[in-house]
Write a protein that binds this ligand. Structure first.
Ligand code: NAG
Ligand code: NAG
Ligand code: NAG
Ligand code: NAG
Ligand code: NAG
Length: 625
């Protein structure tokens, strides 16, 4: 669930099918704003020759879906892009999605997700993401700034229990020290294991063992508490009581008297919390509820300690305080030692880097999106009070907010008159008005040849005339002025620069090799399809995208390095899972081969090569091994 992270493969293979069954999220079927740009006037983005809607990757709980739907509504109805929303359990998975990865070992470009709102900062520091990001270099997802409010997760204590404890002991249960079993007896004031029906709980083998496969070894390494773990077939697992509860050392002698903390079906937060409980001598035990509803209802019934996070609506009608632990120690966390918890920090908005090239206004909007914690709380309270079904009607709440908070979101939308060089504005009749409204207009007219015109609603009005122009991308052209879209080059043609008004024709005899619309590269006077894993920006340059590499294992007619120096295949773009940057095979092979064909750029991960004149053939898409 919420911000906590765990082995990502679980999320995709095990939990998502369940979630998809549970959640249905409207994908823009109905419009929200009365002046919404009609659906048939919205456009896709085109990345690496593939046309797609802007993909927004959202958390799977209502608070997050509402925020992402607000973004989606503005992106589609105001900015004029198609969008789709996809749900993921963790911030980590959402960052990986921006990088084109379903999990760290399975990445493809181009990514079909481009925007992620409300990313929990520590997720971006996890090695699962940093290893992917470092391989992508400049193409890695980018943090475009704070959303304005913080995200937290951890143990929360219900206010009534806290007050009773304070009245008797003078101590505050919102502070970890008040749980030290050597001195205090919080179990007399809080709900214990004996009060929880075991039927509401999942066996450890179906929860924590799967969600956190390394937790046993990590816990043992960090704490040395051998009684808290057991070894099965050479692997360490947490040792569970009645196969359901993991008791901390402070109350292990009588587990039924441990303070109960029931988390969600994915053992949320347990990776860190089992260690916190051990290090701070807390008489608590952890278990996973059978499902989300059981998690929520057990927590509500006990009204004691809860694993929870914010922003969220699950218990937002109740009063809870977060239990404070010692401040974040980065060095310890890196070693897998959790005596401290993450700092409370603002959540961040992220984008896929390619969005900068294809939808700058959407990027500027995401950058501008900022909400205060009190505005957010009001939005969530209104959502809960509306009685809307929590998840299904998140879009309804997003729309209600958009209709009543125009001033706020309008300020996040980049002004249509905020033209950049090469853009112009036109009125409803198509007359050029940029001279009055634009800074630095360098071209006149309603779209030159080689440009296409974006149709947009006028600010505050209900007319759809105002527009700006963009260059047609590589591989496409616009032959006439005022085109509202670019035309893909036909089979046997190519456009090797942007803003083309025509396509070049490939030499005769090679047509079959050229796919319509894909960028092509000229190899000795004929067109070759720009291979998957590469980018052909023009000037006969081939850019090897991050995540793809060439191998020195020479196929077919290339015999070895000496051939390479002459006229031979110069690259084999291998579509593979991303290997660690320092993977020995990667660096040696790639460096060697790139050195021989004169590659420019930050080898080995992303490199540009000029195919030059001594190229005969190119091979690609060969699997390693
Ligand atoms: C946008 O992309 C989607 C998915 O690739 C496709 O189904 C749809 O037809 C595209 N729409 C337009 C207007 O190109
Ligand atoms: C535990 O410690 C051993 C030996 O120091 C180390 O090899 C292993 O990677 C550690 N495991 C985890 C999960 O931290
Ligand atoms: C364990 O705690 C329970 C209270 O939850 C108590 O009734 C019982 O006597 C305790 N057992 C032991 C062996 O101390
Ligand atoms: C709990 O109290 C004992 C006894 O004073 C002390 O030795 C120990 O350090 C305390 N534990 C923590 C985590 O503060
Ligand atoms: C595009 O290709 C044409 C024909 O081969 C060539 O004349 C032109 O210089 C190329 N333009 C760029 C920007 O590479």
């Amino acid at each position: 669930m919420p911000w906590s992270v765990r082995a990502p493969f679980i999320c995709s293979s095990l939990l998502l099918p369940l979630l998809i069954g549970r959640l249905t999220v409207a994908d823009g079927a109905q419009t929200c704003l009365p002046e919404a740009l009609p659906e048939n006037q919205r456009s896709n983005i085109t990345v690496e020759g593939i046309s797609m809607p802007i993909g927004i990757t959202s958390g799977d709980w209502d608070a997050n879906i509402i925020i992402n739907e607000i973004a989606g509504i503005v992106v589609s109805e105001v900015l004029g892009y198609n969008y789709r929303l996809g749900l993921e359990i963790h911030s980590l998975n959402r960052l990986l999605r921006l990088a084109g990865c379903a999990n760290p070992d399975s990445c493809t470009t181009p990514s079909s997700y481009h925007i992620a709102m409300e990313i929990y900062t520590p997720a971006a520091a996890l090695s699962e993401f940093t290893s992917v990001a470092s391989q992508m270099g400049d193409a890695a997802p980018q943090n475009v700034g704070s959303i304005g409010y913080p995200g937290t997760e951890g143990i929360f204590v219900f206010e009534e229990r806290r007050q009773a404890y304070r009245a008797d002991t003078g101590l505050d249960l919102a502070y970890y020290f008040s749980y030290n079993a050597s001195w205090f007896h919080p179990e007399n004031y809080l709900a214990t294991v004996s009060q929880v029906d075991l039927d509401h709980l999942l066996p450890c083998g179906q929860s924590v063992d799967i969600a956190w496969p390394a937790i046993g070894q990590q816990y043992l390494n960090a704490t040395g508490d051998a009684d808290g773990v057991e070894n099965r077939q050479g692997k360490w697992y947490l040792k569970c009581w009645h196969d359901k509860w993991w008791p901390a050392p402070a109350c292990r002698s009588n587990v039924s008297n441990c303070v109960a903390i029931v988390t969600g079906d994915g053992a949320w937060g347990m990776r860190t919390h089992v260690q916190l409980a051990a290090f701070h001598n807390m008489p608590v035990a952890f278990a996973s509820a059978v499902n989300f509803d059981a998690y929520a209802s057990v927590t509500r019934t006990l009204k004691s300690l809860a694993f929870w996070w914010s922003p969220d609506t699950t218990f937002s009608d109740l009063q809870l305080a977060r239990v404070v632990f010692p401040q974040y120690d980065e060095a310890e966390h890196e070693q897998g030692i959790f005596k401290t918890v993450d700092n409370v920090e603002p959540l961040q908005n992220w984008i896929a880097a390619e969005l900068l090239n294809v939808a700058q206004r959407a990027v500027r909007f995401v950058q501008g999106f900022r909400m205060s914690e009190s505005d957010l709380n009001e939005l969530l309270r209104t959502h809960v009070q509306s009685g809307r079904d929590a998840i299904r009607d998140a879009r309804g709440s997003a729309c209600a907010w958009i209709l009543t908070h125009r001033d706020q979101w309008s300020s996040w939308v980049p002004s249509q008159t905020d033209c950049t060089v090469g853009q112009g504005l036109a009125d409803a009749q198509g007359n050029f008005v940029a001279a009055r409204l634009c800074h630095l207009p360098t071209r006149t007219g309603v779209g030159e040849i080689g440009e296409y015109v974006h149709l947009l609603p006028l600010p505050g009005g209900d007319s759809y005339g105002a527009s700006f122009c963009s260059d047609c991308e590589l591989g496409t052209m616009a032959a006439a002025r005022g085109s509202t879209q670019c035309t893909l080059c036909r089979l046997g043609e190519f456009a090797n620069s942007s803003a083309m008004s025509f396509c070049f024709s490939c030499s005769a005899g090679t047509e079959q090799e050229v796919d319509s619309g894909r960028h092509v590269i000229e190899v000795q006077g004929s067109c070759k399809l720009c291979p998957r894993g590469s980018h052909c920006p023009g000037s006969n340059e081939l850019v090897l995208l991050a995540g793809y590499f060439s191998s020195a294992q020479v196929p077919r007619n290339c015999k070895g390095p000496s051939d390479l120096q002459r006229r031979c295949a110069v690259f084999w773009g291998l579509l593979l899972k991303r290997l660690p940057v320092r993977h020995p095979e990667m660096s040696t092979n790639v460096r060697n081969i790139f050195a021989q064909v004169g590659i420019r750029g930050p080898a080995p991960m992303a490199a540009t090569m000029n195919l030059g004149s001594n190229v005969e053939e190119a091979y690609f898409l060969l699997p390693l091994s």
